[in-house]
Design a protein around this ligand. Structure first.
Ligand code: NOJ
Ligand code: CA
Length: 565
């Protein structure tokens, strides 16, 4: 009897994904796979074009898995590649359970998934939860009549005093309400009118969207990046947002979005999504724009039962090379209780190469910034091209702009085309991305800034990324160690330890354009050694051990070494 009970338990354990769930640590610290993994965001239109139509595709991604593996990538997040009218380049989904023909087929996806698995690379899909495309069959049905079975799947409202139901503006410009003449009501859209918001208070919406996640888990995906997660719910009473003085870049009133973002109901959905993710050993990454760490903390969940990886955008919005600001930001996130998630760039923000570069030392600064966020306690999410020092290539004429917000907000808002240009693979035409006409132009700098050239140059940004990623995969202190700030009053040099048992890695980053001399007294942290053993440095005399009493740093240089007790 007992034996058959045990056999049954083992059988169910084998079948039930719940048992293969989060409770499988990858190390003695209890860390999960996503805490040791390096994530890499791929904008599929721009990564690699396999059929030369000028647009990247899934087979293109598959052809670059060797590159990603040798770079040190463990998981790729693919931004939306579902069928879509492409008004917001995929963030307007018209079918959640398919692949847009421009990117390939479901069979291509399955092949990519299998090949990625063979490379030890997991796939994260983008889950556009807040809205669908206006071409999604759900919305087509919903707008067909007031009595449609899907009417209540979206946010339909009567106008007020012959105008919009309230003062909410779209974050992409104009009113957040669009009038539908046929059915005589307004529908709500936090983004473009072609992206109507789903009504998450409707249990049928909830269930249909949850089924989408299960469908992709069954196909083998390892998690989701949750798009615009704070916009899921709106105030039941539809109160006007408070308005501040002035106008935004679209000429709209500046509103505090207190009634249409960050409502507490979001967290109920996140907890439910987490349960399903846990059943699939999956990770949930949040597009979590937060104003401070206390807001960020909420996304981890009071009982760590919401997002494992809410992105810390406050780190990415530190707008200059300021050790004090980074120190403050890192310490705040590190002490928030969850596992930090660091991002430098993505498809919505100007590339870090440009944001932090001074125009003269951009290569050194790119290495410096990589050394910062790839050695912190937490999981980094890279953005394609960052590893070769790709720059923004912003449109110079309004007529060239593809991203609609760049057309609406020109010239103050040029849109996001500049950070979405094709990956630069080599110095052949179109940087080897396509033999057709690329959907966005490649900057002239691609002749030098490309994967093939940088692989041959030991001092390239790419080689620095490869070295850093190799180090963080093998070094226990970098994987598991505590973050301990040192020399906290230094205004030019950011230094910290990653301390693990009897060892620590010392990271020293000269964020200034001058040479600096630094000394360290690490006795209070329990380390009496007089010097560090160099692991990685950008300094010319790189082979030397680092003296802890007198370390000379070149401008924008990096020193990383091990100290022992
Ligand atoms: C955030 C995405 O990152 C962005 O690219 C998109 O335009 C909006 N969400 C709307 O889905
Ligand atoms: Ca293509």
């Amino acid at each position: 009897m007992l034996r058959s009970f045990v056999a049954l338990v083992l059988f169910v354990a084998g079948l039930c994904p719940m048992v293969r769930s989060q409770r499988q640590p990858v190390d003695a610290e209890g860390h999960q796979w996503w805490q040791h993994a390096v994530f890499y965001e791929i904008y599929p239109r721009s990564f690699m074009d396999s059929n030369n139509d000028g647009i990247g595709d899934l087979n293109g991604i598959a052809s670059k898995l060797d590159y990603l593996k040798s770079l040190g990538v463990d998981a790729i997040w693919i931004t939306p590649c579902y069928p879509s009218p492409q008004v917001d380049f995929g963030y307007d989904v018209s079918d959640y359970e398919n692949i847009d023909p421009m990117y390939g087929t479901l069979a291509d996806f399955d092949r990519l998934e299998k090949a990625a698995e063979q490379h030890g690379i997991r796939i994260i899909m983008d889950f556009v939860m807040n809205h669908t495309s206006d071409q999604h069959p759900w919305f087509i049905d919903s707008r067909s009549s007031r009595t449609s079975a899907k009417r209540n799947w979206y946010m339909w409202h009567d106008g007020k005093d012959s105008a919009e139901p309230n003062n909410w503006v779209s974050t992409f410009g104009g009113s957040a309400w669009t009038w539908d003449a046929k059915t005589g009501q307004y529908f709500y859209h936090y983004f473009y009118p072609q992206q109507p918001d789903l009504n998450w208070r409707n249990p049928m919406v909830h269930d249909a969207m949850f089924d989408v996640t299960r469908w992709w888990y069954r196909r083998g995906v390892a998690g989701f990046r949750l798009d615009a997660v704070d916009t899921l719910f709106e105030d039941r009473e539809m109160r006007d947002n408070p308005v501040q003085p002035g106008k935004d870049k679209f000429g709209d009133p500046v509103e505090e979005n207190i009634y249409n973002t960050k409502l507490p109901e979001v967290h109920v959905v996140l907890r439910d999504l987490r349960k399903v993710a846990d059943q699939n050993n999956a990770v949930l990454i949040g597009e979590t724009w937060t104003k401070d760490v206390s807001e960020l903390k909420q996304y981890y969940g009071e009982h760590s039962d919401e997002l494992q990886m809410p992105m810390d955008f406050m780190f990415a919005t530190v707008d200059r090379l300021s050790p004090a600001e980074f120190r403050r930001q890192i310490a705040a996130v590190d002490s928030a209780g969850g596992w930090p998630v660091f991002v430098l760039s993505n498809h919505d923000i100007v590339r870090s190469y440009v944001r932090y570069g001074d125009g003269k030392n951009n290569q050194a600064i790119a290495k410096l910034m990589a050394s910062l966020y790839l050695t912190l306690r937490g999981t980094p999410i890279m953005y394609y091209g960052e590893e070769i020092g790709m720059e923004n290539n912003d449109p110079v004429r309004k007529e060239d702009v593809k991203d609609p917000i760049g057309r609406v907000g020109w010239p103050e808002e040029k849109g996001r085309d500049g950070e979405r240009t094709p990956m630069q693979w080599d110095d052949s035409p179109n940087a080897g991305f396509t033999r057709g006409t690329p959907w966005l132009p490649v900057p002239l700098s691609y002749k030098a800034v490309n994967v093939a050239s940088e692989l041959k140059d030991p001092s390239s940004v790419l080689q620095m990324y490869r070295s850093l990623l190799a180090l963080r995969h093998e070094n226990r202190a970098l994987l598991d160690g505590d973050y301990v700030a040192v020399n906290e009053s230094d205004a030019n040099v950011l230094s910290y330890l990653r301390r693990y048992k009897n060892e620590a890695v010392l990271v020293v980053l000269n964020m200034s354009s001058q040479s600096q001399q630094v000394s360290f007294d690490l006795a209070p942290q329990g380390f009496n050694a007089k010097s560090a053993r160099t692991l990685l440095t950008t300094m010319a005399d790189g082979s030397k051990a680092g003296s802890l009493s007198h370390l000379s740093l070149e401008p924008f240089s990096v020193y990383i070494g091990v100290v022992s007790k």
